[in-house]
Write a protein that binds this ligand. Structure first.
Ligand SMILES: [Zn+2]
Length: 237
């Protein structure tokens, strides 16, 4: 699994990959997990976390948004590590009541058709998207500092309450605000509000971050995000 280190010695470890990425950020004595992966990856998650935490507490669990592939292990992690769960206010309702979750819109023809077909078997879709409910401890807003070098900003668009963690103004952990699946594109296959999402890319660029770690795929460079932002802002913003 990959790891990164910033100039101020914040360490970032990738905990899960595949269906969904999750990361652990360590800033001196504060540890912050970002997202949790899908539910059945919980054994792998705990094993890796225990290794990196090395007997220390998990201080915070940040959920970039409440989609099932990001919060699947949140209930288990909160219970095991007694950690404080942070989410944006407008996502909290879905976290506490997974069945109320809104289904995001497809952003291309394939995902639009796929979703329409899935909606015909809505009961199966609801089951697939389900997860164990969690009560959040902290409802974050813009520029919410968790440690001296790590803060949250709101990056809505993929979902109404999406958030990103900025580490040292150098690395941004962005959830599904962008994807890292294709080398030529950061565009996610689903988004609630595309123009809002493109504006969030601008906001992420304004932090000065050089690297963007997404919820799916591998890291995106600043160059790629700048290119994509300049292309899509003409169309959407
Ligand atoms: Zn998502």
């Amino acid at each position: 699994m990959k790891k990164w280190k910033t100039n101020n010695n914040c360490k970032i470890y990738q905990i899960t990959k595949g269906r969904a990425n999750s990361y652990l950020v360590i800033d001196k004595d504060i540890s912050i997990m970002v997202d949790t992966g899908i539910k059945n990856s919980n054994k792998a998650v705990m094993g890796k976390l225990d290794d990196f935490l090395d007997g220390n507490d998990l201080s915070y669990l940040v959920l970039t948004h409440s989609h099932h592939d990001h919060v699947g292990n949140a209930a288990m992690l909160k219970e095991k590590y007694k950690t404080k769960v942070i989410i944006q206010k407008s996502e909290a309702e879905y976290l506490m009541n997974p069945k109320s979750q809104l289904i995001p819109q497809g952003t291309n023809l394939a995902t639009r058709i796929g979703l329409r077909l899935l909606m015909r078997i809505k009961s199966k879709l609801t089951k697939f998207l389900n997860f164990e409910a969690v009560d959040p401890d902290i409802l974050a807003t813009d520029d919410y500092f968790i440690s001296s070098n790590c803060y949250l900003i709101t990056t809505p668009g993929h979902s109404q309450g999406s958030m990103s963690l900025i580490v040292d103004d150098e690395v941004a952990l962005v959830g599904d605000a962008m994807f890292g699946v294709f080398w030529w594109s950061v565009f996610p296959p689903f988004a609630a509000d595309v123009p809002m999402m493109i504006r969030s890319w601008g906001k992420l660029l304004n932090t000065g971050s050089k690297l963007f770690l997404p919820g799916h795929g591998t890291e995106n460079s600043r160059e790629l995000l700048e290119k994509q932002y300049n292309k899509y802002k003409l169309k959407y913003v």
